[in-house]
Design a protein around this ligand. Structure first.
Ligand code: IMP
Length: 431
C-alpha cells in the first residue's frame, strides 16, 4: 500500500541516485515518471560505480520491479545501451524486473540533432541542455506528433509515422539550420529493429503501478533533475521539459495523486547547477572552485563542471513546499568540512526590498541578491560518522539551522558516496 515520492529540491544532482538505491532496498517497485537520459543517477556499491540514466535505481536490488512510466522520454538506443552495460557487469535486467510503458514517448536521433541545433541557434540565450533530445521530444508530445513506444512495436505504423515526422524535421534541419538531413531509410530500419529489442520490456506501466499499490506493495517514485528545473515552477525558460517533483507523478506514471503517502525532498548542503540560468547564491570565485573540487562537482551525464554556491534556503523552502514534502535529506555534508565559515541564503534583496519567498518571475530571480546568514564551519572529516551525536557541534548547528530556514525536518544526512555513509535522523518510509 505505501507509496513514497523522492525528488530533487534544487537544480538536480542532489545525490538522488545513491539515496534512491538505498531506499529502493525497502521498495517492491521503483518508478521513474519524468525526464529521460538527461538524468545521471550515480550509485556506488562497494568498489563498483554505476551511472543510471533511464533505468530506475532499484535495478541493482534483486527482487525490485522497475517501471519506466509514460511521462519519461525514452531514447531506446540509450536504454538498450544501459541494459547491455548492466548485463555485462552481471546485473540481471530482463522483462521481469524492468518494464517500459507502452505510452512513453520516444527520443529519436532527429530530436538529439535538433536539440543541438536549437541551442546553437539560441546563441547567448541558450539553455545549456544536456543535448539528449529531451526538449524536442516533449515538444513533439505536446504538439501531438510524437511516436510512443507502442508505435515502435508495429513496423508499418512506425514506418509511416516516422516517415511523416522526419519529412518535417529534415526540412527544419536542412532549411532553417543548414545542417545535414537524416537518411530516411536508415532511420526507419534502425528504429523498427529497435522496437523488436524493446518488446520484452513493454508493458502498461501505469496499470502495474496501480495494481502493485492495490496489492499492498511498497512503491518508490524516483524523481529526476530537480524542482527548480520544473517546466512550470522552475526558473523558466532555464528548466527541463517535465514536472520534476511529486507534482509529476500522477501524470507521468498514471498513478493517482492521493495514493502517494509520503514525500521526501533531497538537497545538498550547498548548491550546484549545470547549464545556464539564474543561480542567486553562485560563487564565481575561489570558494566556488573549492566546493567544486572538494565535492567533485562534474556532471555525471555530460562531464560538465557544475556551477557551485552556498545553500539557498529560499529555493529549497519553495521546492519542498511545492511537493508538500514531509521532510528532506541533506547530502554532501562531508564536502563542507574545512571551511572556517559557511553562508546560507535566508532571503533575497530585490532592489532594496527584502524577500523571504521565491520570486516567480525570471527578471526578479536574476536580479535577486542573496541575504546571507553566517554559520561557523568545522574541520572534522564526517565520512565515517554514522550517528547524529557523532557530528561536530558546528555541523549539527548547521543542519538544524537549515531545517529551521526551510521549514521542514532533516530526516537523513549523507556523508559520502557509499550506500552506508548515511546518518538516520527521522522516518523516511511511509508506514
Ligand atoms: P535538458 O533537460 O537536457 O533539456 O536540459 C535543460 C536544463 O536542465 C539544462 O540546464 C540542464 O543542464 C539541466 N538538466 C537536465 N537534466 C539534469 C540533471 O539530471 N541534473 C542536473 N541538471 C540537469
Amino acid at each position: 500500500m505505501p507509496a513514497l515520492s523522492v525528488f530533487g529540491a534544487q537544480w538536480g544532482d542532489e545525490g538522488k541516485g545513491k539515496l534512491i538505491d538505498l531506499l529502493a532496498r525497502e521498495a517492491d517497485v521503483v518508478v521513474r515518471y519524468q525526464g529521460g537520459p538527461n538524468a545521471g543517477h550515480t550509485v556506488v556499491v562497494g568498489r563498483e560505480k554505476y551511472v543510471l540514466h533511464l533505468i530506475p535505481s532499484g535495478i541493482l536490488n534483486p527482487g525490485t520491479l522497475n517501471l519506466i512510466g509514460n511521462g519519461v522520454s525514452v531514447d531506446p538506443l540509450k536504454l538498450l545501451e544501459e541494459v547491455d552495460g548492466l548485463r555485462a557487469r552481471g546485473v540481471r535486467v530482463d522483462g521481469s524486473n524492468l518494464r517500459l510503458s507502452a505510452l512513453a514517448h520516444v527520443i529519436f536521433e532527429h530530436h538529439r540533432v535538433i536539440d543541438g541545433l536549437s541551442e546553437r541557434w539560441r546563441g547567448e540565450g541558450r539553455i545549456g541542455t544536456t543535448g539528449r533530445g529531451i526538449g524536442p521530444c516533449y515538444a513533439d508530445k505536446a504538439a501531438r506528433v510524437g511516436l510512443r513506444v507502442c508505435d515502435l512495436l508495429e513496423p508499418d505504423l512506425c514506418r509511416s509515422r516516422l516517415r511523416a515526422a522526419l519529412a518535417e524535421k529534415n526540412a527544419l534541419i536542412e532549411r532553417v539550420h543548414g545542417a545535414q538531413p537524416l537518411e530516411l531509410d536508415a532511420q526507419l530500419d534502425r528504429y523498427v529493429a529497435i522496437g523488436e529489442r524493446l518488446r520484452p520490456f513493454v508493458a502498461d506501466a501505469g496499470a502495474e503501478a496501480r495494481a502493485a499499490h492495490k496489492a499492498g506493495k511498497r512503491l518508490l517514485f524516483e524523481g529526476a533533475q530537480g524542482a527548480m528545473l520544473d517546466i512550470d515552477a522552475g526558473t523558466y525558460p532555464f528548466v527541463t521539459s517535465s514536472n520534476t517533483g511529486a507534482n509529476g507523478i500522477s501524470a507521468g506514471a498514471c498513478f493517482p495523486p492521493r495514493w502517494v503517502d509520503r514525500v521526501v525532498g533531497i538537497a545538498k548542503a550547498y548548491t550546484t547547477r549545470v547549464g545556464e540560468g539564474p543561480f542567486p547564491t553562485e560563487l564565481d570565485d575561489a570558494l566556488g572552485a573549492r566546493i567544486r573540487e572538494q565535492g567533485n562537482e562534474y556532471g555525471s551525464t555530460t562531464g560538465r563542471p557544475r556551477r557551485c554556491g552556498w545553500f539557498d534556503a529560499v529555493a529549497v523552502r519553495y521546492a519542498l513546499e511545492l511537493s508538500g514534502a514531509d521532510g528532506w535529506i541533506v547530502t554532501n555534508l562531508d564536502v563542507l568540512s574545512g571551511f572556517d565559515e559557511l553562508q546560507v541564503a535566508t532571503g533575497y534583496d530585490l532592489g532594496g526590498q527584502r524577500l523571504r519567498d521565491w520570486p516567480a518571475h525570471l527578471p526578479s530571480i536574476e536580479s535577486a541578491r542573496p541575504v546571507y546568514a553566517r554559520q561557523p564551519g568545522w574541520r572534522e572529516d564526517l565520512t565515517a560518522m554514522r550517528r547524529y551525536e557523532d557530528l561536530p557541534l558546528a555541523a549539527r548547528a548547521y543542519v538544524e539551522f537549515l531545517e529551521r530556514e526551510v521549514d521542514a525536518p532533516v530526516l537523513m544526512i549523507s556523508v559520502g558516496p557509499e550506500r552506508d555513509q548515511v546518518i538516520q535522523r527521522g522516518r523516511i518510509q511511509p508506514t
